[in-house]
Design a protein around this ligand. Structure first.
Ligand code: ADP
Ligand code: ADP
Length: 226
């Protein structure tokens, strides 16, 4: 039983065909790295998987539900609770402190303030950045920002985490810390991870690597048997 089933995805932007019939399955608890040259469609695939973008053709089935057929409000609600998103540059809300950023998905989902704050602090602690809880994003290093972003992605207890170059903006040492913390947090939570990366070290630590070229999965990367 797959957690995520992508079938025959097509997505175009103006004259660019970013995805040309991509199919991919992700199992519960599986870590899948998506690699390939710049412009091959990796980010587009990740955004379709996360329910942020809707493909023109093909299906996105998450935990048995067709994400591409849900109306936007329902899709957003499901995504907030079940799918964590980590982007290259933290994308933290600049006016909120680290702990407020991590608490935000819970508040949006109706959790009361005190519970949300306690959970957010526990996640910051878990990722080794409790000491920056009351600082705003501009005061954080790149590595700290990414660890706060990982905490925010995991705080709702998602079944799937989608990460787009989570270490791409970091130096080697900070990237290694963020990667290790991200993988450990995903494994502890029994979540699956779909991670877009240029970094061979990320791909090497995944359960499986799929390679995109010109909007298609390269030969030899079939959909896994279940
Ligand atoms: P990758 O992540 O592998 O670098 P992307 O998925 O970002 O690839 O992009 C695939 C192709 O689609 C590229 O040619 C890119 O320029 C184009 N593209 C992606 N997003 C947009 C957009 N919002 N508008 C126009 N073109 C886009
Ligand atoms: P990445 O590949 O890490 O996503 P990009 O610079 O390709 O980085 O994309 C950053 C953002 O810009 C994405 O939201 C993507 O959809 C958008 N984008 C990418 N290429 C284009 C493009 N040619 N025209 C407009 N938007 C684009």
């Amino acid at each position: 039983n797959h957690l995520l089933e992508l079938r025959g995805l097509h997505k175009s932007f103006a004259r660019t065909e970013a995805l040309r019939g991509v199919s991919l399955d992700v199992q519960p608890g599986e870590v899948v790295a998506v690699t390939g040259p710049s412009g091959s469609g990796k980010s587009t695939l990740l955004h379709c998987a996360a329910g942020v973008l809707v493909p023109e053709a093909g299906s996105v089935t998450f935990a048995g539900q067709r994400l591409d057929e849900l109306d936007e409000a329902t899709r957003t609600r499901l995504r907030r609770r079940e799918i964590g998103l980590v982007l290259q540059f933290g994308q933290l809300v600049p006016d909120l402190t680290a702990v407020q950023n991590v608490a935000l998905p819970l508040l949006l989902d109706g959790t009361d303030r005190r519970t949300a704050r306690t959970a957010a602090l526990a996640w910051l602690e878990r990722l080794g950045v409790a000491e920056v809880a009351d600082q705003v994003p501009a005061e954080l290093s790149g590595g700290e920002s990414q660890r706060v972003a990982v905490a925010r992605a995991l705080v709702t207890g998602p079944r799937l985490v989608c990460a787009d170059e989570p270490t791409g903006a970091l130096d080697t040492v900070a990237g290694e810390v963020v990667l290790t913390e991200l993988l450990a947090a995903v494994r502890d939570a029994d979540a699956s991870l779909l991670v877009v990366t240029h970094d061979n070290r990320v791909a090497a630590r995944a359960d499986r690597e799929v390679v995109l070229r010109d909007g298609s999965l390269a030969a030899g990367q079939p959909v896994t048997a279940s």
